[in-house]
Ligand binder design. Structure first.
Ligand code: ZN
Length: 512
C-alpha cells in the first residue's frame, strides 16, 4: 500500500527537478550564456521558479503534511523523512502566507533591483538606488507580517532564515566580542605598520615581495589552480570548474557540483585563494550522503556552516606554512621569475597581510569581521528603527568605517553600494559570513586536538582532514542543524572565543 509519504514524494521529486533546473540556469547565466540572453531567459527562469514553489507549496501538500504530522504516522517515518517534513514546513512558513500576486511583484522588483544597483554603483550615485532599497525593505517587513512576525523580532527572524539558532541575542554577544577584542588589535597593527588602506602597489616598495609588474599568464594560473583544487580533494568526476566575475559554488546534486574561479594577471593570489575557498564549499556538497542528495536535505545545513568549510580551507589551512611546504615548489615552477627569489616564509607573511580597506570581498582574515560588524549594526537599525531614512543609512555606513577601521569611503561604490545583497532582498545574510569564520576557527582548534594536522599538511596528506569533516559534518546535509553538528563533533556549542583567540594569537605573532 502506498504511504502518505510516497504520495508526497511525487511532489518532492518534481520540485527537486525544478530546483536543479534553476541552479543549472544560474550557473549558465554566470559562466557561458551570451550577453543578449537575459531578457528571454529571465522569462524561462520566472516560469521555473513559479513551478518550483507550486510543487512544494500547495493545498495537496499541506493536506499530506497534516496527515503525516499525526503521531500515528509521524513515528513510522524514518529520520530522513522526518527531516524532509521539517524542511518543507520551514519553506511553507517562509513563503506560504505571502499572497502569490505580491510575491510576483517582489520577484519583479528583485529582477530590476540588481540592475538599478549595478547602474547606481557604476555612476557612483547612491540616490539612484535609495528608493529601490527602501521598497525592498518595505517588502521584507511586509512579508514578515504575513508570517506573523512584527517589531523587534523581525530582524532575528530574518537572521534565522539563513542561520537557524542564531538570532540577535546570540549575535549581539558575538559582535560585542569582536568590537572589544578585535578593533583594538586592528588599530594597533594599523598604527604600528601604517597599513591604512594600502593597495598592493603602494606597499610594493616596503615589505611586499611578490612582483606586480609581472604578467602572471592566465593559462598557467588556471593550470595551477586546477592542480590545487584536486590536491585539496575536488573530484573532477563529480564536479567542474569554470569562470565567472565573482567566484561561486552551485550544486545540482552530490555528483554534480560546480565551482567558478576568476583570474587577474597581476594578482595570482586572487585566483589561488578563491579556488581554495570554493573547493571547501564543493567538498561539502560532494560529500553529502547519496540518500539525502536530491531531497530537501541534500545541501549544506546553513549558510554559516557552509562558509565555515570554505574559510577553514582558505584561511586556517590554506594560509599556513605547513600547507604550502609541499606546494610552494610547484608555484615557483609555474612562475619562476616571480617566486624563485621569494622564500616560503616571505610568501606566507605576504599572503597573511593585514590592511584596512573599504571593500569587504578584498578584506584580509583579521579585518573581515569588522566589515560584517558594520553591516550587522546597520541592518539592525533598518529593522528596529521605523523612521530611518535611506540617507541616514549611508551616513551610518561612512561613520562606522571611520570609527572601526579608521578610513572614510570617498564614494558610494566603495561604500554602501559595494555589495549586491540588499539589492537581492538578502537582509540578515551578512552575519553568516562572520559566523562561518568563527565556526571554522572552532573546528580548526578541535581538529588540531584530534589529529596531527601540521604533520599531515607537511606531508601533503589531506585525506584524514577531509574524511573527518565528511564524517562529522558533510555527510548529513541538512539532517542535523549547525548547533547539533558542533555539539556532536566537539561536545561543545558554538563558542566565538576560539575565533577571537585564534585571530589574536595569529596576528600578534605576525605583527606585534
Ligand atoms: Zn563562500
Amino acid at each position: 500500500m502506498k504511504s502518505y509519504f510516497d504520495e508526497l514524494q511525487l511532489y518532492l521529486d518534481k520540485g527537486m527537478a525544478f530546483h536543479s533546473a534553476l541552479n543549472l540556469y544560474e550557473w549558465d547565466m554566470e559562466t557561458q550564456a551570451p550577453k543578449m540572453c537575459q531578457e528571454n531567459t529571465s522569462k524561462v527562469i520566472g516560469i521555473l521558479s513559479d513551478g518550483y514553489f507550486r510543487y512544494y507549496i500547495n493545498v495537496e501538500v499541506e493536506k499530506i503534511i497534516k496527515k503525516l504530522e499525526n503521531k500515528k504516522y509521524y513515528e513510522k517515518m524514518n529520520c530522513m523523512e522526518q527531516g524532509i517534513i521539517k524542511e518543507l514546513k520551514k519553506m511553507q512558513n517562509q513563503l506560504g502566507n505571502i499572497p502569490l500576486e505580491e510575491y510576483k511583484k517582489f520577484s519583479e522588483l528583485c529582477a530590476t533591483a540588481s540592475n538599478v544597483w549595478a547602474r547606481s554603483k557604476e555612476k557612483n550615485e547612491y540616490a539612484l538606488f535609495a528608493p529601490t532599497l527602501e521598497m525592498m525593505i518595505e517588502y521584507k517587513k511586509k512579508f514578515m507580517k504575513y508570517r506573523g512576525i512584527k517589531g523587534k523580532n523581525v530582524y532575528s527572524n530574518l537572521l534565522y532564515d539563513y542561520e537557524p539558532g542564531f538570532g540577535e541575542e546570540e549575535l549581539d554577544l558575538f559582535f560585542e566580542k569582536i568590537k572589544t577584542e578585535i578593533i583594538p588589535l586592528v588599530k594597533t597593527i594599523i598604527e604600528k605598520h601604517s597599513v591604512l588602506n594600502q593597495k598592493y602597489e603602494q606597499n610594493q616598495s616596503k615589505t611586499n615581495k611578490i612582483p606586480r609588474e609581472f604578467q602572471y599568464e592566465i593559462e598557467k594560473q588556471r593550470k595551477f589552480c586546477r592542480y590545487l583544487a584536486s590536491y585539496i580533494g575536488f573530484d573532477s568526476n563529480k564536479g567542474v570548474i569554470s569562470e565567472s566575475a565573482h567566484p561561486f559554488t552551485t550544486s545540482l546534486h552530490n555528483h554534480d557540483v560546480r565551482i567558478t574561479n576568476h583570474f587577474n594577471e597581476k594578482y595570482p593570489e586572487s585566483a589561488i585563494f578563491s579556488v581554495i575557498h570554493e573547493t571547501g564549499h564543493a567538498l561539502y556538497e560532494m560529500n553529502i550522503k547519496d540518500e539525502y542528495s536530491q531531497t530537501l536535505l541534500g545541501e549544506g545545513t546553513s549558510m554559516g556552516m557552509h562558509e565555515s568549510q570554505s574559510r577553514f580551507w582558505e584561511n586556517m589551512i590554506g594560509k599556513k606554512e605547513a600547507f604550502w611546504k609541499p606546494l610552494y615548489p610547484k608555484l615557483q615552477e609555474t612562475f619562476p621569475a616571480a617566486f624563485n627569489h621569494i622564500s616560503l616564509n616571505e610568501f606566507i607573511k605576504e599572503i597573511n597581510q593585514v590592511h584596512a580597506g573599504f571593500i569587504r570581498t578584498e578584506a584580509d582574515e583579521l579585518t573581515y569581521s569588522l566589515h560584517i560588524l558594520i553591516r550587522y549594526e546597520i541592518e539592525k537599525e533598518i529593522f528596529h528603527n521605523e523612521k530611518i531614512s535611506m540617507e541616514q543609512l549611508e551616513k551610518m555606513w561612512n561613520e562606522k568605517y571611520q570609527e572601526y577601521l579608521g578610513i572614510l569611503p570617498k564614494n558610494a561604490s566603495e561604500g554602501i553600494l559595494q555589495d549586491i545583497h540588499w539589492a537581492c532582498g538578502d537582509f540578515g545574510y551578512f552575519p553568516s559570513y562572520a559566523i562561518g569564520s568563527a565556526i571554522a576557527a572552532q573546528i580548526y582548534v578541535h581538529i588540531k586536538n584530534v589529529m596531527p594536522v601540521e604533520e599531515y599538511l607537511e606531508s601533503g596528506n589531506l585525506l584524514p582532514i577531509r574524511e573527518y569533516l565528511k564524517e562529522h559534518i558533510h555527510q548529513y546535509g541538512k539532517l542535523k542543524t549547525t548547533k547539533e553538528l558542533l555539539m556532536e563533533m566537539m561536545g561543545e556549542e558554538f563558542n566565538p572565543n576560539y575565533y577571537i583567540d585564534y585571530l589574536k594569537e595569529k596576528y600578534s605573532e605576525l605583527y606585534l
